[in-house]
Ligand binder design. Structure first.
Ligand code: PHE
Ligand code: ZN
Length: 854
């Protein structure tokens, strides 16, 4: 592209409606890799057969950044036509063998997509379309084939998918008998060590497990082996799913765009999502590691054995697998805390997306780059849709439908229609209206009004979904609303009942009541909706104290905190005494799980207060919101000045560290309370905790509290020195300083941090540690002079030239630009446009900024 070009190129979209079956299918793939950093040779021998279901015989193989050395068909050299994105060739209308040799340069691959190098080791990332950077191939998920892979290298560890088939001094051969799409291909070669374990499956098959790391990280891999064993057992017990190879390998990689990848029999993980030790990982890290290991393992059935027909169906595997990993973590560590954590994440990530220019369906109908659709909507909302389905049909029917899904579609590339059909067939239920959850974007609002007369409570539920880009007319959805009723004395008079809201407005009655009850609505967060309900502070405090549903108990506290924050920002009001009392009462309630008490102190984020204000028709003012949040924390600290140290003392732990839920709950509460105590004692208790701590949860909690009250310089320096050689810990050090910088200091902090030698910006974890943390400091990001916007855009442009995947993902920080005042809108818009007009911007980034400007 000429350097003076300024117009924004709109890259080409592809549409779900244009799907056509592959023209040729693959019977078998043989690959040989001669590894070398600058010139790896990849030899492919592929057996193609005409697809009887195809509508043409055009032959096209995807390929990008490949140097073709030679190609032949049935042994006869051919000269294919090289075009952008691949090649075409005249081929027989009968089975044939394609052979090709290409050259690639893994050392130059900074995009970390395809075959690349990290810490001197070779590794791959092929989802969604990275395999085409390895060899010419029909790189689409509905082409499934068994693979045999030969790796030639003198590196000590050579791994690929499937089972080991042969090994020599400088080569290894792997065979994967299970037909798979190319996006599940993986290869690893390096100087690695293994933590080993084993698992005997339900039918008595022995499986060798290994978690591979750099030698220096070996001690941090034990936890992962245990987590994998727990996941394998759970999937047998709960879903009846058995593992299907002799080995299961996991490899930890420092340079990785996402969390982890479910390649068949050879999962590749970001070190951050697999390594853990008490002194370097927090309790939340432990839970995340176990959850991601489970997630990737569960993909073996939901993703690998049954894959997606095309990338529009991505949520078929991701929504279902997230739902399964949520169930797993809940079963192991308690559903109450897991549900609250998941809802916090959903609201922060997915509701935000759904309320802005990037809103899209759980099953999108078009895209430019599928890599931009690994989103909260595909993952977390996709999981919520499955949770609702299970709520509507009940757990037994859900289990029956899943058995049918596995039996019917094993070995296939399936669609959302296939998925819903097993529920129709297993239950006889009509899911036509329910299916709208997949084709309608936006977060539904459910307004609740109530009337009580003569022993009868009438609940009126009204649903509306605001328009989203390209979708103005919204139809009513099927919304399961779980409701229970409490007596004024706090006893439950009507246990949880699921109301099915299908119309735009519907009423539901409960009769025979002795007195006016308090309704507990959306128990367990039974649907991904925003509840609109006028509730008095007294009623919310009552639910906080008495509801039998732990989610509503917590969410009532949130709703009350929201009301308080809004009135503090808008009317400069003092926080309601009823709110302060309710928090104190919850905190003092020793019958309540410490983890749940900790959640009560976790205030809504500044970002969520901004969204609430915007929904109420106000223009959010980031500094005012920040000040209100600070003031509220100070009020809470003052109000509970004697209670806080008592609670803090009661959650000290004397036993050795374990990451289990009981200890983790106490530490969460200790850290939450410490944060308020620091406002009363200037950080003295936090300093002691920092010095005394022998685990990362308490060290980081102390550091957090110190930074929050403007202290902690010495501790930050000590921390940096102690952990200088531990990249994952230093990532936390970077993050914390960005998210907790005083808003007016953020630009200076960012300038300092990005100027450090340790700011290795090409490493996605390091880049994210800095620029991903900005969104948790909205008052800093939205500096009125636009300086942080500009710095962020500079770095996004820079990263985009090396790694479009990660750059494009982080550009979403700008997605809320239309919510702010005219001046900030103008400043943000200017930066988004500057990115859009940058010569040679990636297709990924071009699509993102195009949608944001849309
Ligand atoms: N499929 C991976 C998962 O969810 C995520 C992923 C997407 C990884 C794209 C890398 C690239 O488990
Ligand atoms: Zn996944």
């Amino acid at each position: 592209m000429p350097a003076n070009q300024t117009s924004v190129v709109q890259p080409q979209k592809i549409y779900l409606a244009d799907y056509t079956p592959p023209t040729y299918l693959v019977e078998h793939v043989d690959l040989t890799f001669r590894l070398a950093p600058k010139n790896t040779r990849v030899l492919a021998r592929i057996r193609f057969v005409p697809n009887p279901a195809a509508t043409s015989r055009d032959f096209f193989l995807h390929g990008e950044l490949l140097t073709l050395i030679n190609a032949s068909i049935d042994g006869t050299p051919v000269t294919p036509t090289l075009v952008e994105g691949g090649l075409s060739c005249d081929v027989p209308d009968a089975p044939f063998t394609w052979e090709s040799e290409v050259e690639i340069a893994p050392i130059e691959n900074t995009a970390l997509d395809g075959l690349y190098m990290s810490d001197g080791m070779y590794c791959t990332q092929c989802e969604a379309e990275g395999f085409r950077r390895i060899t010419y191939y029909p790189d689409r998920p509905d082409v499934m084939a068994p693979f045999t892979v030969r790796i030639e290298s003198d590196l000590p560890v050579l791994l690929s998918n499937g089972n080991p088939a042969d090994r020599g001094a400088d080569f290894a051969v792997w065979h994967d008998p299970w037909p798979k799409p190319s996006y599940l291909f993986a290869l690893v070669a390096g100087n690695l060590v293994a933590k080993r374990g084993s698992f005997d499956t339900m039918s008595g098959k022995h499986v060798d497990l290994a978690v591979w790391t750099r030698p220096a990280d070996a001690a941090k891999a034990d936890f992962a082996v245990g987590a994998l064993q727990r996941a394998m057992k759970w999937d047998e017990d709960v879903y009846g799913r058995e593992y299907d190879l002799d080995v299961f390998n996991i490899v930890a990689v420092s340079d990785f765009n996402s969390g982890a990848m479910e390649n068949k029999g050879l999962n590749i993980f970001n070190t951050a999502a697999v390594l853990a030790s008490p002194d370097t990982a927090t309790d939340l890290d432990y839970e995340r590691v176990e959850g991601v290991i489970a997630h990737e393992y569960f993909h073996n059935w939901t993703g690998n054995r049954i894959t997606c027909r095309d990338w529009f169906q991505l949520s078929l595997k991701e929504g279902l697998t997230v739902f399964r990993d949520q169930q797993f973590t809940g079963d192991l560590h308690g559903h109450a805390t897991k549900r609250i954590r998941d809802v916090i994440k959903l609201r922060a990530r997915q509701f935000r997306e759904d309320n802005g220019p990037l809103a899209h369906n759980v099953r999108p109908e078009s895209f430019v780059e599928i890599s931009n659709f690994y989103t909260g909507t595909i993952y977390e909302k996709g999981a919520e849709v499955i949770r609702m389905l299970r709520t509507l049909v009940g757990p037994e029917a859900y289990a029956k439908a899943l058995d049918l899904y596995f039996a019917r579609h094993d070995g296939q590339a399936a669609t959302i229609e296939d998925w819903l059909q097993v529920f129709v067939d297993a239950t006889g239920r009509d899911l036509t209206q329910f299916k709208r959850w997949y084709s309608q974007a936006g977060t539904p609002r459910v307004a609740v009004t109530e009337d009580y007369t003569d022993g009868t409570l009438t609940l009126t539920l009204r649903q509306t979904t605001p328009p989203t880009p390209g979708q103005t007319d919204k139809q009513p959805l099927v919304i399961p609303v779980a409701v229970g009723l409490l007596n004024p004395n706090g006893d439950e008079v009507v246990p949880t009942t699921v109301l099915e809201l299908t119309g735009a407005e519907q009423t539901f009655t409960f009769s025979g009541l002795a007195s006016r009850p308090v309704a507990s609505v959306l128990r367990g967060f039974s649907a991904p909706v925003i509840l609109q309900r006028e509730q008095s502070a007294e009623e919310l405090a009552f639910l906080m104290a008495h509801d039998t549903d732990s989610f509503v108990r917590w969410d009532s506290g949130r709703a009350l905190a929201c009301q308080v924050l809004v009135s503090m920002v808008r009317d400069h009001a003092a926080p309601l005494p009823a709110y302060l009392d309710a928090i104190a009462a919850t905190l003092a309630d020793e019958t309540l799980d410490p983890a749940l008490r900790a959640f009560v102190l976790d205030l809504p984020s500044e970002e969520s207060t901004a969204q609430t204000l915007f929904d109420l028709g106000a223009t959010p003012e980031p500094d005012a919101i920040h000040d209100a949040h600070e003031a509220l924390k100070n009020h809470l600290a003052e109000h509970m000045v004697t209670l806080l140290p008592q609670v803090y003392a009661a959650c000290q732990i004397n036993e050795a560290y374990t990451p289990d839920a009981a200890q983790a709950g106490k530490r969460a509460l200790a850290n939450a309370v410490l944060n308020l105590i620091s406002r009363n004692d200037g950080g003295a208790t936090a300093e002691m905790q920092f010095t005394a701590s022998n685990n990362m949860t308490l060290s980081l909690g102390a550091l957090h509290s110190l930074l929050d009250v403007g202290q902690g310089r010495a501790e930050l320096a000590a921390f940096a020195q102690r952990w200088a050689d531990d990249r994952l810990v230093i990532d936390k050090w970077f993050s914390l300083q960005v998210s907790l910088a005083a808003p007016r200091r953020l630009l200076a902090v960012l300038t300092d941090l990005t100027g450090l030698e340790s700011f290795d910006w090409k490493n996605p974890n390091r880049f994210r540690a800095v620029f991903g943390a900005i969104t948790s400091n909205p008052a800093g990001f939205h500096q009125a002079d636009g300086s942080v916007y500009r710095l962020m855009a500079d770095w996004l442009i820079r990263l985009d030239s090396a790694n479009p995947w990660t750059a494009s993902r982080l550009s979403a920080a700008f997605d809320g630009w239309r919510r702010y005042d005219k001046a900030r809108q103008g400043l943000m818009r200017a930066q988004i446009e500057r990115i859009a007009k940058t010569p040679a911007i990636s297709r990924e980034m071009a699509e993102m900024v195009g949608r944001m400007l849309g």
